[in-house]
Design a protein around this ligand. Structure first.
Ligand SMILES: *Cc1c(COP(=O)(O)O)cnc(C)c1O
Length: 390
């Protein structure tokens, strides 16, 4: 009853950009969610990798509420405590120099693109502006980040797109070298292509990219919007690859459920963004920053170790499904390639069994809350296993 009412209202006044499933989620508690009819679901989605500590995490909640009662917003014309503390914590942890705060992944990537182009402009003039991204990447939905996204299906309707983007085949250093020129100012990559189907890139290839960048003063931008903030069992996924990016972007899980994004800037371009070069009305908002502080401060070694342990559980439970062809991904960012079943069908059957999962391309994708307890994880995995093998 209640659901049909919500659905009807939604369909009449909200733009039809989302193919929603027939569920209206009303509330949540950790890794459990409840729909408008009172049904309970195990959550293997965390939004889309957003609710790092699940729904309504108590510590996060009190940090956010405290901030709501103190100061909800003030312009970036004034200093504020939460974003200052957060920037310090991030810079110390990743050993980088500066942070620019935005409100989403696309905005963080816009910031990185601007930073890279200005770095090159300041040093080499206006003819060195090209950015190489990878085929099958996803970087966002604004015009610049759509252009950066290396998938043809995103390059329609909204043209003309931006000049100065090139696409290289992933894991193919020779192809990357073909795209390089005197005009190249940056290479922007995800290390595990998320929307592209949870595809981790080869370490050797990534190290070669890092070398090429270093040698030619090309900035290496790593898009950690989805992979960041503990999601892969590392604070940022680049740490698993043994490289040092010049710019790291992040968003999704950073503020545990509030809209937030960050451009984290290393030594080379720490002074590129100078007065007036970039800005945002909401970026660094005190409430979102307080939420992020609560999340980020808890992503310590022990916590990350537990994420990796839960990765092992997933691989071991699903590893012996007869209809699973391959499992990819790191930490709690997992892709499952199926033998004969369609991922969308599996997803819908899971909903009927009160388990929420995602898809990415033709795979099932799992992004459970990072703090999901092992028992709930195992119950959810057994439901998934049953559906996959049915
Ligand atoms: C989700 C995502 C984005 C876009 O983030 P929004 O917050 O939706 O703008 C960009 N890059 C990657 C890798 C993502 O997964």
């Amino acid at each position: 009853m209640k659901f049909e009412f919500v659905k009807k209202l939604d369909n009449s006044n909200i733009a039809n950009t989302y193919a929603r499933f027939d569920v209206a989620i009303e509330k949540g508690n950790g890794s459990l969610l409840y729909d408008t009819d009172g049904n309970e679901y195990i959550d293997f989605t965390s939004g889309i990798g957003v609710n790092s500590f699940g729904a309504c995490d108590k510590k996060w909640q009190s940090a956010v509420i405290r901030q709501v009662k103190t100061l909800s917003h003030i312009s970036n014309l004034y200093y504020t405590l939460p974003q200052t503390k957060l920037a310090k914590m991030i810079c110390e942890k990743v050993e980088m120099d500066k942070v620019f705060f935005a409100n989403s992944g696309a905005e963080a990537n816009e910031g990185a693109i601007k930073c890279a182009r200005k770095y090159s402009f300041d040093k080499y003039g206006d003819k060195r502006f090209e950015i190489i991204t990878l085929v099958n990447s996803f970087h966002g939905r604004t015009i610049a980040t759509l252009t950066a996204t290396g998938q043809d299906s995103f390059h329609k309707y909204f043209g003309p797109f931006l000049d100065g983007f090139k696409y290289a085949k992933p894991n193919d250093t020779e192809d990357l070298k073909k795209q390089l020129s005197k005009k190249t100012c940056a290479i922007m990559i995800e290390l595990v292509q998320g929307e592209g189907g949870v595809v981790p890139l080869d370490t050797k290839y990534i190290k070669e990219i890092a070398e090429i960048c270093e040698k030619n003063d090309i900035l290496l931008i790593v898009d950690e919007v989805q992979t960041g903030n503990g999601r892969t069992g590392y604070l940022y996924s680049y740490m698993a690859y043994g490289i040092k990016p010049d710019i790291v972007t992040t968003a999704k899980g950073l503020a545990g459920g509030l809209p937030f994004g960050a451009v984290i800037i290393g030594e080379k371009c720490k002074n590129t963004f100078d007065y007036g070069a970039h800005g945002s009305t909401f970026g660094g908002n005190p409430i979102a920053a307080a939420g992020a502080l609560s999340i980020f401060s808890r992503l310590d070694e022990n916590f990350l170790k537990e994420v990796k342990e839960k990765e092992k559980i997933i691989y071991s439970v699903l590893g012996d499904c007869k209809n699973v062809k391959d499992i990819t991904g790191m930490g709690l960012m997992i892709g499952i390639e199926l033998k004969k079943k369609d991922a969308k069908e599996v997803l819908k059957e899971c909903i009927n069994k009160r388990l929420l999962v995602l898809t990415a391309k033709e795979k099932i994708r799992l992004l459970p809350p990072l703090n999901i307890d092992r028992k709930t994880l195992e119950i959810g995995l057994n439901i998934l296993k049953e559906v996959i093998d049915k």
